[in-house]
Write a protein that binds this ligand. Structure first.
Ligand code: C5P
Length: 237
């Protein structure tokens, strides 16, 4: 069952450039010359700053998903979203735990930028939620946060593949961005809620975040080809 119409399109996959600087990032880009979709997180952005991001978009024709996971008072988040919008990035993240007013302010501040809400980090499990005082289990918490994202006009949600099957019917047309992707034998590292790329696609993911599965693969080229082939067709019936 997958009622998400967005997933009739090929699933997009973002290579997570979790690397320390521009030089290493561009070495990876050179290995995948046909790939245009890259996720830049805090590690790289705090080193490169906005000018390098502008160059990658303007001169190199890349789409950048700037994953800064904003979480602050509504005015501050809205102002940050305006800056990112002007930078020309395609997609960014805010924490749904920032609440309704913060999400609304973010949506009002953007013009072209897509914004997805981070639900419960894929590195957390039920025990971690208990420890920070949240009595719901992960699935219920993700469902509750998804309603905030949907009702405030966000474009979608970042969630683990494990909650996708429940969530995709509840928010038709949303972008379902799934990190924590592992090919079966890979180690999960610090991630607790992982899923294979095949399952994520079949459960309704519209966007996959591919990090260590590719960057730490024994043969990154072969892994890249495998992923491209798998994701070209979208959901398999
Ligand atoms: O290497 P790995 O595939 O675990 O990388 C996952 C990427 O997705 C990292 O860049 C991480 O910051 C990001 N991410 C995540 N969990 C979320 C949101 C983003 O792992 N909930």
């Amino acid at each position: 069952m997958n009622p998400n119409p967005a997933n009739l399109q090929p699933t997009r996959f973002w290579i997570a450039l979790d690397v320390p600087d521009q030089k290493v990032a561009e070495q990876w880009m050179a290995r995948f010359p046909n790939h245009k979709d890259y996720k830049v997180g805090m590690e790289l952005f705090y080193r490169t700053g906005p000018d390098v991001i502008k160059k990658w978009i303007g001169e190199d024709g890349l789409s950048i998903f700037l994953d800064l996971k904003l979480h602050d008072i509504p005015r501050t988040v809205a102002a940050a979203i305006s800056q990112l919008d002007e930078l020309g990035v395609s997609l960014t993240t805010i924490h749904l735990m920032g609440g309704r007013a913060m999400c609304e302010a973010a949506v009002q501040a953007r013009t072209q930028l897509s914004i997805v809400g981070v639900s419960v980090l894929t590195s957390l499990g039920n025990d971690d939620l208990t420890m920070i005082g949240i009595s719901s289990n992960v699935a219920d918490q993700v469902t509750r946060l998804a309603a905030i994202g949907r009702d405030t006009g966000l474009d979608g949600i970042v969630l683990s593949g494990q909650e996708l099957i429940v969530l995709s019917p509840l928010w038709p047309g949303a972008r379902f961005v799934v990190p924590g992707i592992r090919k079966a034998p890979d180690p999960s590292n610090d991630q607790k809620r992982v899923i294979t790329p095949e399952k994520a696609v079949n459960y309704g993911a519209t966007d996959l975040v591919i990090g260590r599965t590719l960057l730490q693969a024994k043969d990154p080229q072969a892994t890249y080809q495998e992923l491209t082939k798998l994701l070209q067709g979208g959901k398999k019936s």
